[in-house]
Design a protein around this ligand. Structure first.
Ligand SMILES: Cc1ncc(COP(=O)(O)O)c(C=O)c1O
Length: 488
């Protein structure tokens, strides 16, 4: 039995959504582009009806909705499409350190291609508005050559809601485009593109009980983009490729349901989420909230909770939580091999970042699930804080030496442990042990794996006084509201 509490990662398709989609896989299977026969026109009509419903839900015109494969593509089309379409003199882009990688990575690519990218920091963990961006930081970052600002509406890890409407007002006054990644917000909090003053907005069906592989980009009338794909010229030439008619019908059904049920569902999720946090704090010492305060609730998604657990190893914690589907701030638990850059951006240490859990509650979460999670997590944290398996083994942290013959490192784990991406949570814990072992064996010339040794060398470098002094000097120079230039 697994209790699902990872609704920020994805959601199950609501049975009502599935019912709406099913005919478009079988009897209504036409290509919406085949307007010269009835089957094609039937599919086209369904797509256009869906476009109208989705547009209405976010306050847009149907013509302003471009269907994509999901929010990753929408973000890429918005950022790269806007940058590549613009005159040479506008070469500056502004965003936030806590954005999703589907924003940060396209920006990084643009940075390599010669655009100047500024990333803004957010309020640190000890503030009630932790994770929030002050709109004044955006105002201060704007330059005469700023083309675009990208700020997400709701963060996928710490649930913080940004002041997008205020940022939108000041961008519009300065003649700068505003892109908003609203993937975690649509269907969960009210979203209206007019009130937010956004020019471009990304969202995705599978975060709101619709199917995977379909999303949308709102493109305000008059905003020009360079398409990422060339081909059949669908979506006004902005997104070539046969439209996913069944997915789009499901997307519209999902958005309609989510908007209709939002007031009651938000209140229910907020109650469950608050109960989860209160329960964890009652059962355990050292529970640190990541992100803004839970009350009054205007700063955070209703179903989001993110906590660090002091004194436990993040990978070991995840390895224990086999019956609870949550997401971890530790490395190697997803396609992203880095510890959460969002929790780190709040100023949490690497250890507290690794020991963080994101709980995402959703439509099918119950009070019984919450009670289970409280007891289950508390038991795991207590066991680990008490020194249960696996012991810590980072060099210089009272580490232990292990070898391939150690009971902690079965040979299969040793082989697979080198590829972090493919590793399971348990193997991740083993990988960390291997790094410890690699460090121990460094002087003796034994090598557990190139990756392990490189990781160990980095840790060793970070412990050197000169490195620490340099970092401290850098921190002193940049206050919490300081800007960071994106490395090339
Ligand atoms: C904030 C945010 N943006 C973008 C994405 C990417 O969405 P998709 O899976 O639809 O490509 C996600 C998904 O995790 C997200 O949470």
């Amino acid at each position: 039995m697994t209790i699902y509490m990872d609704y920020h990662a994805t959601t199950p398709v609501d049975p009502r959504v599935l019912q709406a989609m099913l005919p478009y896989f079988t009897e209504k299977f036409g290509n919406p582009g085949s307007v010269n026969h009835a089957l094609g026109r039937e599919a086209q009509q369904a797509v256009e009806e869906a476009r109208g419903r989705i547009a209405e839900a976010v306050g847009a015109q149907p013509r302003e909705i471009v269907f994509t494969s999901g929010a990753t593509e929408s973000n890429n089309l918005a950022l790269r499409g806007a940058a590549q379409r613009q005159p040479q003199r506008k070469r500056h882009l502004v965003s936030v350190a806590t954005e999703h990688r589907a924003v940060l990575d396209p920006l990084r690519r643009l940075g390599r291609q010669g655009w100047d990218v500024t990333l803004l920091d957010v309020a640190p963990a000890d503030r009630p508005d932790a994770g929030r961006l002050d709109p004044q930081q955006v105002a201060d970052a704007l330059r005469p050559d700023t083309l675009l600002v990208s700020v997400m509406l709701a963060n996928n890890e710490i649930g913080v809601l940004q002041a997008v409407a205020e940022i939108g007002r000041l961008c519009r006054a300065a003649g700068v485009l505003l892109h908003c990644d609203a993937t975690q917000a649509v269907g969960k909090v009210p979203v209206d593109v007019q009130q937010l003053h956004v020019d471009l907005m990304s969202f995705s069906a599978h975060k709101l009980y619709g199917p995977k592989g379909v999303g949308a980009l709102y493109v305000r009338r008059g905003v020009r983009l360079q398409p990422l794909l060339d081909g059949g010229g669908q979506e006004w030439g902005l997104r070539s490729g046969t439209l996913n008619a069944a997915g789009i019908v499901g997307f519209a059904a999902a958005v309609t349901l989510a908007v209709q049920e939002m007031p009651d569902e938000s209140a229910r999720l907020r109650t469950l989420r608050d109960r989860l946090y209160a329960g964890l704090c009652r059962e355990l010492d050292g529970v640190l909230l990541n992100g803004p305060v839970l009350q009054p609730g205007a700063l955070r998604l209703p179903g989001n909770l993110n906590c660090s657990f002091e004194g436990v190893d993040g990978e070991a914690l995840m390895a224990r939580l086999t019956q609870l589907a949550v997401s971890s701030g530790s490395a190697c638990t997803s396609a992203n091999p880095e510890p959460s850059h969002v929790v780190r951006a709040l100023g949490r240490s690497a250890a507290l970042t690794r020991a963080s859990l994101r709980f995402g509650l959703g439509r099918f979460s119950t009070a019984a699930d919450v009670e289970f999670a409280i007891g289950y997590v508390a038991e795991a944290v207590r066991a680990l804080a008490g020194g249960a398996w696996p012991p810590r083994c980072w060099p210089g942290e009272g580490g232990i030496a292990i070898s391939a013959a150690s009971p902690y490192v079965p040979s299969a784990g040793l082989r697979r442990g080198r590829g972090c991406r493919a590793a399971t949570a348990r193997e991740d814990a083993i990988t960390r042990h291997m790094r410890g072992a690699a460090a121990h064996a460094w002087g003796g010339g034994t090598c557990v794996g190139r990756r392990s040794v490189r990781g160990t060398a980095l840790v060793a470098r970070r412990r050197q006084p000169a490195y620490r002094e340099r970092q401290a000097a850098r921190r002193a120079l940049s206050g919490p509201a300081a800007r960071r230039e994106l490395p090339p």
